[in-house]
Design a protein around this ligand. Structure first.
Ligand code: NDP
Ligand code: OXD
Length: 314
């Protein structure tokens, strides 16, 4: 019942140590080091090299170390076993902190006050808007979008959400599908993208969509916050839309290419806030405990939770 840690770009040590402590009766093996492929029953993956999980004859499940699974879906030799993604309060809370922080930052124009402070400028606004006067639209009303929506509502924002299938969330105007998109965009001042990256959502954050956002809001133009995936956005369109006024500002945690290349104009654009894909990090303690508990329940005959729908890609 060995567990294979197949991780690229992260230090595996804290993950391996924690799995060893949580699953003391298992051998924890690491992709890239010698191990017997027949003994592997579970894989935990973050961006494993495509094809590297083929030929594991006793594999029972693959666990993504993140909430997103696009890093797995790109592997056309991925074994045909259940894929489980992260749904954990630690990660969810972190994402909501990020979304609330950046909605408030744009509401209260903190970037402008930072600039004014550097210049020692004292300039009071006459009528700054209140949260209740600002409409936040969340694209992706799933685990993360749903939690962020509830917390934004507590802050007073006028919140709506858009999902693939119809949803009912107390206090939130919910829209769905292609039919609901127009009305959702038309009432959105701050657009928060928390969609998974799939064939349907790739490039959805483009000039055409930005042009359909509300133009009558209290913030002086629509604002984009993308903490979903970089593949959702067309960066040339974001820059062009910021420059021609279609967008007023953007907060971006994710990018077409990560790390964001040093020569990207997004780094220095005055209306762009960049964070390094850490809106909601996978904290090793919380996520290893979540996976160990799933394995324990699975081996006790209970179904795996949060299994990805492969046909939908998320
Ligand atoms: P969920 O699967 O719980 O939610 C996804 C939401 O997107 C659902 O509401 C779903 O609709 C909706 N959706 C999917 N496809 C479409 C579509 N074609 N049209 C309209 N709506 C669609 O995922 P999570 O909330 O857990 O995570 C969302 C994403 O956040 C992850 O996939 C990942 O990419 C990103 N993420 C980013 C992190 C970061 O640090 N920046 C950290 C963690 C996650 P429906 O409800 O009908 O299924
Ligand atoms: C995730 C991420 O998908 O960190 O969890 O991006």
């Amino acid at each position: 019942m060995n567990l294979l840690v197949a991780v690229a770009g992260w230090d595996v040590t804290p993950w391996v140590r924690r799995f060893e402590a949580l699953l003391p009766d298992r051998k924890i093996v690491i992709l890239g080091e010698p191990f017997d492929r027949r003994d592997v029953h579970y894989v935990v993956s973050w961006k494993h090299p495509p094809g590297s999980l083929a030929g594991l004859p006793n594999l029972a499940a693959i666990f993504s170390l993140g909430a997103g699974v696009d890093h797995l879906m790109g592997d056309d030799r991925l074994p045909d076993v259940p894929i489980v993604r992260v749904v954990d309060p630690d990660l969810t809370d972190r994402m909501s902190e990020y979304v609330v922080l950046h909605c408030l930052m744009h509401l209260r124009q903190q970037r402008r006050y930072d600039a004014q402070q550097r210049e020692r400028v004292w300039l009071e606004d006459e009528h700054p808007p209140a949260a209740r006067e600002v409409r936040v639209g969340i694209m992706g009303l799933g685990v993360l979008g749903g939690d962020a929506a509830r917390k934004l509502e507590v802050m007073g924002f006028d919140v709506s959400g858009w999902s693939r299938s119809p949803k009912a969330v107390d206090g939130i105007a919910a829209y769905s599908g292609e039919d609901g998109l127009e009305a959702f965009l038309r009432r959105t001042d701050i657009l928060v993208a928390l969609l998974p990256l799939t064939e349907e959502t790739r490039g959805i954050l483009n000039k055409d969509l930005f042009a359909r956002l509300a133009r009558d809001g209290r913030l002086g133009g629509p604002i984009l916050i993308n903490a979903g995936r970089g593949g959702l956005q067309v960066e040339a369109d974001i820059l062009a839309s910021l420059d021609d006024g279609t967008l007023k500002a953007a907060t971006l945690d994710v990018f077409e290419t990560e790390p964001l290349p040093p020569d990207s104009p997004l780094w220095t654009h005055p209306a762009v806030t960049v964070t390094p894909h850490n809106a909601a990090v996978s904290e090793a303690g919380a996520i290893t405990a979540y996976i160990a508990e799933q394995i324990r329940r699975f081996e006790a005959g209970e179904p795996l939770a949060h299994v990805v729908k492969r046909d939908l890609g998320y």
